[in-house]
Design a protein around this ligand. Structure first.
Ligand code: PLP
Length: 437
């Protein structure tokens, strides 16, 4: 069976043949049929401003000629794929670019098709190098949907981690709004987190830990921005014990956080490995891990990747990276992100539903609570999602309690589009405040 039918029909067919655990946005999910710039059109002709960039994937927006032409040129050669059994020029070029951009001395790159596989690879490299399956992760983390990646995901809603292959210990994250350390100054918060890490190492591990993996800004966890210096403090403890640090940059890489190209650089930390995916191919499925050569080459088992680093995705990724750097989109993320953050904080002053607005560059979380408290209000977040959609704006939702609206537009977002989105968010939040109105 194929073709025809509207979104309702497609949803019925989706439910019949796809897993029940695949999350869909909105009471009446939409099919995105076309896109240009920061706007998309659904299968029924409705237009939306996309403030979630697909799922932080379309970092340049939609229909960027430089990227589509690069993909078409590769397709015209007739070679979409060859596998790592052969030399692939664009794969080598992309690896050279990423190794240099990473700031990791003597770095090497392994390409995958997703962020999950990238984390899987990083866990494999570090657990093999250190001959230990003990891993440290942050509470409220998300690292993907595979066996080991779920095993280091510290969020019950996304991880049945009781049967993980990884022996994971969770340490305190930088979620100031919901942390017992929340009242402390930045410096004291960082010290307390470092002490907590020392305590976890002594009490819940045997000491020979393979690595720590962490997102510089927790994504699925609700765009949680830790205090400045948080990861510097943790890394110093890890260094005392010789434990490698893996920065999961799947959401935070490529300048999205505005001030720095990689999220972790904001803390003055050069990690031992970084994982990346999402935005790199502007929608093509590409991910990978960039790591110190000794970690990367430490794996002695043979390996191939059938699809990782294929000519189509690496050509698309090179074009995406060129565009990103040429147009200095990191600077745009910083400027437009600041405009959105300020605008949302202004809105929060008049909407008691908003407990906190936080963000870095174009990753902004709006945490909704029962007015006058910090009690999470996931129902209000669900209402706000519907209200934004009704007004022509797509956003995301997340957080440990499902009560955080997530704003992460393409890095090309203009100031006018930011203001348009702010107007919709203001109206939607007001409408979501009163469910009976
Ligand atoms: N790591 C982080 C921080 C993510 O946000 C995600 C996906 O949302 C992943 C890993 C998994 O990436 P993918 O969905 O491409 O497998």
């Amino acid at each position: 069976m194929s073709g025809g039918g509207g979104a309702a029909d497609l949803l019925a067919r989706h439910r019949a043949v796809l897993p029940s655990w695949l999350t869909l946005n909105y009471e009446q999910p939409i099919e995105i049929a076309a896109g240009k710039g920061c706007r998309v059109i659904d299968g029924e002709g409705n237009e939306y401003l996309d403030f979630f960039a697909g799922i932080l994937t379309n970092m340049l927006g939609y229909g960027v000629p430089e990227v589509t032409e690069a993909i078409a040129a590769q397709a015209d050669t007739g070679v979409l794929h060859t596998s790592t059994l052969y030399l692939i020029r664009s794969q080598v070029e992309l690896a050279e670019r990423i190794a240099e951009l990473s700031g990791i001395p003597d770095a090497k790159v392994f390409f995958t098709s997703s962020g999950t596989e990238a984390n899987e690879a990083a866990l494999l490299l570090t657990t093999s190098a250190r001959r230990s399956n003990q891993v440290l992760a942050l509470r409220n983390s998300y690292h993907g949907r595979s066996y080991a990646a779920m095993g280091v995901t510290g969020n019950r809603g996304w991880s049945p981690s009781s049967f993980s292959p990884v022996d994971v210990s969770y340490v305190m994250n930088g979620y100031r709004y919901r942390s017992p350390f929340g009242h402390l100054s930045d410096a004291d918060y960082c010290r307390a987190a470092a002490d907590d890490l020392r305590d976890v190492l002594l009490t819940t591990t045997s000491g020979d830990v393979a690595c720590m993996i962490a997102e510089p800004v927790q994504g699925v966890g609700g765009f949680v921005v830790p205090p400045t210096g948080f990861f510097r403090a943790l890394k110093d403890v890890l260094d005392e014990h010789g434990i490698p640090f893996v920065s999961d940059e799947v959401q935070t890489g490529w300048g999205r956080t505005g001030d720095t190209f990689w999220g972790i650089s904001a803390h003055g930390v050069v990690p031992d490995a970084m994982t990346f995916a999402k935005g790199l191919g502007n929608g093509l499925s590409i991910g990978g891990v960039v790591a110190r050569a000794d970690l990367m080459d430490g794996l002695t088992a043979n390996s191939i990747s059938t699809f990782g680093g294929n000519p189509l995705s690496t050509r698309g990724a090179l074009a995406t990276l060129d565009y990103l750097l040429h147009h200095d989109l990191q600077a745009n993320a910083r400027a437009v992100g600041r405009r959105l953050l300020d605008g949302l904080r202004e809105i929060a002053r008049t909407v008691p539903l908003v407990g906190e607005v936080r963000g870095a560059g174009l990753m902004i979380g709006i945490e909704l609570v029962e007015p006058g408290t910090r009690v999470p209000d996931p129902a209000a977040a669900a209402r706000a999602m519907e209200e934004t959609r009704r007004r022509g704006l797509l956003i995301g939702k997340g957080g440990l309690h499902g009560n955080v609206l997530r704003v992460a537009p393409p890095l090309t977002l203009g100031a006018d589009e930011a203001d348009e989105g702010l107007d919709i968010l203001r109206a939607a939040l007001l409408a979501a405040t009163d469910p009976t109105a």
